[in-house]
Write a protein that binds this ligand. Structure first.
Ligand code: ZN
Length: 93
């Protein structure tokens, strides 16, 4: 923590960073699940709930198309997140 620049000190985790919006779909039936603001690169392993822009499952962690559980609720760094179950979703731009 640094007190020299109060404006920067209170910055949000990602205010205007290089975050890409990706589409997340069910790997089994292809139904659209989330539109998600993904930070960083690499495989998607978790979705912070606050970054989900569109939730086709309406807060449920089951695919509305085929009913598989594609994520599990978790708390990551004190924030609610959905941990993606490996191989259950497809991420596309
Ligand atoms: Zn499905």
């Amino acid at each position: 923590m640094c007190c020299r620049s109060p404006v920067l000190a209170m910055a949000q985790p990602s205010k205007k960073g290089p975050s890409t919006t990706v589409k997340i779909s069910c790997a089994k039936c292809g139904v659209f699940l989330y539109k998600y603001r993904k930070g960083g690169k690499g495989a998607l392993v978790k979705c912070f709930v606050e970054r989900i822009e569109e939730d086709a499952a309406n807060g449920s962690l089951m695919c509305p198309g085929c009913g598989i559980e594609f994520a599990r609720a978790a708390m990551i760094r004190g924030r609610p997140a959905n941990k993606i179950v490996g191989g259950k979703v497809i991420v596309s731009k």
